[in-house]
Design a protein around this ligand. Structure first.
Ligand SMILES: Cc1cc2nc3c(=O)[nH]c(=O)nc-3n(C[C@H](O)[C@H](O)[C@H](O)COP(=O)(O)OP(=O)(O)OC[C@H]3O[C@@H](n4cnc5c(N)ncnc54)[C@H](O)[C@@H]3O)c2cc1C
Ligand code: FES
Length: 277
């Protein structure tokens, strides 16, 4: 493809004003930014976030689709860009490109029981899908949310986990790897541990997973033991990205461009791809 055929707006960040930000944990902050016009995204998509002179990085969209111009994200301080963003406050401006990626298709979830498995920061993108399903509660079956964090202090979206657990037909199971002597009312153990005891009908259940790479293998194995087929398991993958729009090849896994073909994949789509998981 020649440059003339490339839509320049794909590369042009639009200015977004931070309207709300607060810490969720010692490492992660919540951000709500105003874009001027609606983002028009699907659950599971991401944006490229930038600061002039510092850099750009992919960040998951954490809110369900919405009609206003607001975008919500959770950002962990990892390097130069995210550290600089952490120093910004309400009224400051950042650049946003997107939305990008395939995201989740709500039709794959309609009429199904749904199991969410979130590890750490993985709860941020999964929230976009969880709240999209809850907004049309009658269209979906039982919803089970397994949320695993390293410690009680590292747990994201505590208030939302509590609110979701109040919704009829929704079960929330919160786990930590260790309590570190902090008060904790949930379970202690790996996020995969409750799966063998879940009542799952594999013919009408789908699962959505997002978390650290090691979590996928063990979660997929545990779900397979319950009879869930790989095409019913959706994984939200993280790969290093630069352009976000299928041009630079940074996110490539064999013939697959994670930024465009993903970041959400059916597990069955990844079976032939070396190093996908
Ligand atoms: C689709 C997608 C969605 C993401 N969503 C979020 C989100 O919602 N919130 C959030 O805080 N972060 C998210 N990330 C991760 C975020 O993009 C990186 O942490 C980013 O590099 C931060 O930029 P930086 O300049 O601050 O840090 P950098 O200087 O780029 O990197 C800091 C450290 O992280 C390592 N690193 C960078 N990118 C990755 C990666 N993809 N996988 C493993 N290690 C990496 C670097 O090697 C370095 O050690 C997402 C990444 C992808 C691909
Ligand atoms: S990030 Fe450039 S091709 Fe995917």
């Amino acid at each position: 493809m020649t440059n003339a055929a490339v839509d320049p707006s794909l590369y042009l960040p639009r200015p977004a004003r931070i309207v709300e930000t607060f810490p969720l944990t010692a490492q992660e902050r919540y951000y709500k930014v105003a874009l001027g016009t609606p983002l028009g995204h699907r659950p599971g998509q991401f944006v490229m976030l930038s600061l002039l002179g510092i850099g750009e990085a992919p960040i998951s969209i954490s809110c369900p689709p919405r009609d206003d111009d607001l975008l919500e994200m959770v950002i962990r301080e990892a390097g130069s860009l995210t550290r600089a963003i952490a120093r910004l406050g309400e009224g400051d401006w950042i650049g946003v490109r997107g939305p990008f990626g395939s995201g989740f298709d709500l039709d794959d979830f309609r009429g199904q029981d749904v199991i969410f498995v979130a590890g750490g920061l993985g709860l941020a993108p999964l929230r976009s899908l969880i709240e999209a399903l809850l907004a049309d509660r009658g269209a979906y079956g039982r919803i089970t949310i397994l949320s695993g964090s390293r410690t009680p202090a590292a747990e994201l979206y505590r208030d939302r986990l509590a609110a979701w657990s109040e919704v009829e037909g929704v079960e929330v199971i919160r786990l930590v790897d260790r309590t570190e002597h902090q008060p904790w009312k949930g379970r202690v153990g790996l996020v995969t541990e409750p799966i063998p005891d879940l009542a799952i009908d594999p013919r009408r259940t789908v699962a959505a997973l997002c978390g650290p790479p090691v979590m996928y293998k063990f979660t997929a194995l545990a779900l397979a033991r319950k009879g869930l087929r790989p095409e019913r398991i959706f994984v939200d993958l993280e790969r290093r990205m630069r352009c976000g729009v299928g041009k630079c090849g940074h996110c490539q896994i064999n013939h697959v461009y994670c930024c465009q073909d993903g970041p959400v994949f059916r597990l069955s789509e990844l079976s032939g791809l070396r190093e996908a998981l």
